[in-house]
Design a protein around this ligand. Structure first.
Ligand code: TXA
Ligand code: MG
Length: 346
């Protein structure tokens, strides 16, 4: 048996909004001792360790089986802490106060000496202040900064529910906050602010429209929309396969094509992930991804719905596109990355 799978994991039910300080202290003490803690943020669950403890951070990579050249986000609980880590001098402080706490990660030149394993040796760091009372209390009580990727194993979809965190990570980590579902269900937006305009490396829960409004300008790469291969020098982690569900998933972007495919296929060997509105036109097995009027709901339930498709017993799944605005941009990025490029099964 893998020696890593013999860890005694403490699992505590803790409210995300009114966290019990005793439970938070247990988790914080584990961090101080060089352990690993799974905690909710407003986006997805994170798998955290002390950002200044090299061997603790190494455990994250071992547990997740994450390639070492994929750096970690550092989670802090205050704007002054963020300033300690990265050079934010060029950004108006009033803008920063509107970003954080919130589902946005800023990439900027590093000002701190964190172990290379956290930054993958890059001269930049990715930092964020999560908008989640439990996460903030936990970071504060740890009296350090928390390096944390999403809590899923590498290549899997991110974990948005503590029941999944427990089934995947029990026996591998030291502590799991059993705190139910996360708010957004999709990861933070990653923005590189070093250039003349903020550059969205990964769309996420903080919308590009909001970034545009705050900064007056912004750039979303075709790479960030999942339409083109990423620039690995800027965002090394982007080259790896992400969000791969355990069932072949095909995106059918054109809604008429989707209707034709679903209604004309003779075999009942697939399931269609579609909106409430779309399902009315289809005569096949469906998983409802939400209403097109509520893209936040579609985002929140996206990964659990991919899990439902995995458990459907079908040979493959098809999924519709959603409007690429607001959080829909991040939803489409995840769908593109989760789906197979190639012809549909005959
Ligand atoms: O919502 C989130 O962002 C969640 C929660 C836990 O905070 N975290 C998360 O972490 O999604 P992760 O590791 O799954 O994704 C972080 C991405 C990776 O693709 C990584 O390559 C990129 O951030 N990243 C980290 N440091 C970077 C840097 N200095 N420059 C560019 N990209 C960086
Ligand atoms: Mg991840």
């Amino acid at each position: 048996m893998d020696p890593e799978s013999t860890v005694n994991t403490i699992v505590r039910k803790v409210d995300q909004i009114n966290p019990n300080p005793d439970d938070v202290k247990i988790a914080a003490d584990i961090i101080k001792d060089g352990g690993t803690v799974v905690f909710p943020t407003e986006t997805v669950y994170g798998l955290g360790a002390d950002a200044y403890n090299k061997s603790a951070c190494r455990k994250i990579f071992e547990i997740k089986r994450r390639p070492l050249d994929n750096p970690l986000i550092i989670h802090v609980d205050s704007i002054p802490s963020a300033f300690n880590l990265i050079d934010l001098d060029r950004i108006d402080k009033r803008i920063i106060e509107k970003l954080w706490p919130g589902p946005i990660t800023i990439v900027a030149n590093s000002r701190a000496v964190v172990p290379d394993i956290v930054s993958s040796g890059l001269e930049t760091l990715a930092v964020r202040i999560p908008a989640n009372p439990l996460a903030l209390d936990f970071i504060k009580a740890s009296k350090t900064y928390i390096a944390a990727p999403s809590a899923n194993l590498s290549t899997m979809t991110s974990i948005v529910d503590s029941s999944e965190a427990i089934s995947v990570l029990n026996g591998l980590v030291n502590f799991i906050f059993d705190s139910g579902r996360t708010f957004f269900g999709i990861e933070s937006t990653i923005v590189d602010v070093r250039g003349s305009m903020p550059h969205v490396l990964r769309p996420g829960a903080f919308t590009s429209e909001e970034i545009m409004q705050l900064f007056g300008r912004s750039l979303v790469d075709p790479e960030a929309r999942g339409l083109k291969e990423p620039n690995v020098l800027v965002a090394p982690g982007m080259k790896y396969r992400h969000y791969a569900p355990d069932i072949p998933l095909y995106l059918i972007e054109d809604l008429d094509d989707l209707i034709d495919f679903c209604n004309m296929r003779k075999k009942n060997d697939f399931v269609a992930l579609v909106s409430e509105e779309m399902s009315k036109f289809l005569h096949c097995d469906t998983i409802i991804i939400g209403s097109e009027d509520n893209p936040y709901q579609i985002a929140r339930d996206l990964f659990p719905n991919l899990k439902k498709a995995e458990n459907s017993g079908k040979s493959f799944a098809v999924i519709q596109s959603v409007r690429e605005m607001g959080i829909g941009l991040a939803v489409m990025n995840r769908i593109r990355k989760a789906s197979i490029k190639g012809p549909l099964p005959p």
